[in-house]
Ligand binder design. Sequence first.
Ligand code: THU
Length: 160
Amino acid sequence: MKEIEVSSKLQVFESFDELSEEVKSLLEEAISVRKQAYAPYSNFLVGTALLLDNGEVITGSNQENASYPSGLCAERTAIYYAGSKFPEAQIVRMAISAGSKHSITSKPIPPCGACRQAIAEYEVKQSKPIEIYFMGETGTIARSHSLSNLLPFGFDKSVL
Ligand code: THU
């Protein structure tokens, strides 16, 4: 028997003042699109902004449905749109902001497991890390250098 250990690292920033102008502006886009989320059932609003290597910024918010499983998270709304509109572009960076209508969310909210799997597909496809910044509505901002850092032991096309 051997044991395999994988470690993950996050950088945590205390405020926007510690971020570059480019990252700040992508997070601001995520915050702004979060406010347009359609989330009448959970009242949990999520916004995502993606920066592509062609300079385009693609945004998305969560879209819920009376048939709950038919809804879609913000991250997948954005990444599938990016993949369909700019199939040749690479994703440089992703910014996420999430918060409840019932209380102030002041800790970083990472993408859910299903979204991590979806983002992983594009990271593998482009063979280049996708940098991910995530936050609540306020408070600290977390950064992951790549998606694979958030999804160790991931499943991808190499096993098919
Ligand atoms: N949600 C996202 O948009 N992204 C995530 O990574 C986690 C959850 C949405 C789905 C649903 O509309 C609401 O947040 C509550 O789960």
